[in-house]
Design a protein around this ligand. Sequence first.
Ligand code: DLZ
Length: 154
Amino acid sequence: MSGHGAPVTNAGELDGEELTVAVVAASWHDRIMDGLLDGTRRALQDARVGNVIEARVPGSFELPVAARRLAETADAVVALGVVIRGGTPHFDYVCSAATTGLTEVSVVTGKPVGFGVLTCDTEEQGLDRAGLEGSSEDKGYEAAEAAVRTALTL
Ligand code: DLZ
């Protein structure tokens, strides 16, 4: 991982035993999403998170409302989505709604929201960041580790 100036992420040094963490995942682009979910589950396990809730929504546009609801009971939320650019401006609207909405959820609730939404020009870019065999990055793991680390800091 890293090589992009990003910190090396190691959830194993965290103690999340007292935490409830909610994971909400969109349902587009299965193969990439499966990788993100695996990485997220691995990070939560490494951090020994005591209670994990998982929820699915149709698409990335629906992530903020689900994250908002889940943040009522969870100490932190991990939001996972994969948006791939198509031939219309739809991509920009979905990415913007997810990004703005998730930011608002974290600020309004005071609960960290790990941002595991991939916004890609191509499917290959998503596969390379999904923590799959041959991927150079594992954005699901990173998002979960960031959410847990922030929750433990607050
Ligand atoms: C409609 C749509 C499109 C075209 N592409 C994606 C995508 O690449 N990734 C994703 O997570 N969701 C996509 N969606 C679905 C929207 O997020 C949303 O679920 C629908 O517009 C219904 O509100």
